[in-house]
Design a protein around this ligand. Structure first.
Ligand code: CAA
Length: 285
């Protein structure tokens, strides 16, 4: 029998985690969001409020539904508050050590049949899962930024993920109004494996003064019909996140396409992380 998911935990409420919390709450799921400290909780709350305000302005949500959505999310700094969760989605930064630690702790807190999902973009779900006593119930659930808007969820199946877990998580993604695709545990899964070589190439072109940032972006928007140019998209993803994804994919594939462009590292060191820090390839208000 399929698992009933009414309450879900989301661990890590950065750009992706807070977007995922919003998506779940919007579909009527009670969400317990976990962050490291009170300041991070406030940042996450602000993120969800801002995003739902945008949905309101865009006519995607009305005032009452927005209030109900916000009321479905509770925030905490303690993983132990997830004891009654029916599913947990982890969205902490892309560090295998950190994810392994979170999964090992969650394994001791939630019920034995509860599925633990990782929103990892590029790390191995298998490697995360082995830090639990239930690798068969560990799966990837990879959302795209901005999670409330983009329809895709990649469901990542390891060699030991149980078939009913895949079925339940796929059904859950559909309940969220998303389109799931199922993929094996390969570096970058489907979308990032195809996307990040292109983004990295755009950084190299910019670095070599091949064209201005505006012209590089305009070429892909206006010539290829992409909603955003590659440099604007990197600012949206976050340069630090993009760097981690590229590095992880490069480590796994050794494909030079994914060797991070040096300019990315320099910009990160200088604090230019994209939209979230106010400046990346472009400057934001
Ligand atoms: N809930 C529901 N709808 C929302 C919303 C929310 N919280 N916030 C905004 N929207 C709606 C708006 O109402 C608007 O709807 P209409 O088009 O019907 O008017 C729509 O979403 C777009 O919003 P905006 O008008 O504010 O913005 P836009 O038209 O400039 O589009 C964009 C912005 C959606 C980001 C678009 O440019 C886009 O799709 N860009 C590409 C993003 C992309 O490629 N992401 C993948 C990155 S890779 C990744 O995420 C993987 C990883 O592992 C890092």
């Amino acid at each position: 029998m399929a698992r009933t998911i009414e309450t879900a935990g989301v661990v890590g409420l950065g750009t992706m985690g807070s977007g995922i919390a919003e998506v779940l709450a919007r579909s009527g799921i009670r969400v317990i969001g976990v962050e490291v400290d009170a300041a991070a909780v406030e940042r996450a709350r602000g993120h969800v409020e801002q995003s739902t305000a945008r949905a309101l302005t865009g006519g995607k949500l009305d005032e009452d539904d927005r209030a109900a959505l916000l009321a479905r999310i509770t925030y905490t700094t303690s993983l132990t508050d997830l004891a009654d969760a029916d599913l947990v989605i982890e969205a902490v930064p892309e560090s295998l050590g950190l994810k392994a630690e979170v999964f090992a702790q969650l394994d001791k807190i939630v019920g034995p049949d509860v599925v633990l999902a990782s929103n990892t973009s590029s790390l191995s779900v298998t490697e995360v899962g082995v830090h639990t006593s239930r690798p068969g119930k560990v799966v990837g659930m990879h959302f795209f930024n901005p999670a409330p808007v983009l329809k895709l969820v990649e469901i990542v199946r390891t060699v030991v993920t149980e078939p009913d877990v895949i079925a339940d998580v796929t059904g859950f993604a559909e309940r969220l109004g998303k389109t799931p695709v199922v993929i094996g545990d390969r570096a970058g899964f489907i979308a990032n494996a195809l996307l990040f070589g292109y983004l990295n190439h755009a950084v190299r072109m910019f670095e070599q003064r091949y064209a201005t940032r505006e012209d590089l972006d305009a070429a892909m928007r206006l010539g290829c019909g992409y909603p955003m140019g590659p440099l604007a998209l990197l600012d949206l993803i976050g340069l630090d996140t993009a760097y981690e994804i590229l590095e992880s994919m490069y480590r796994q594939s050794r494909n030079r396409l994914h060797a991070p462009a040096p300019l990315l590292k320099q910009m990160i060191t200088a604090g230019l992380l994209g939209r979230k820090s106010g400046r990346g390839f472009y400057t934001y208000e």
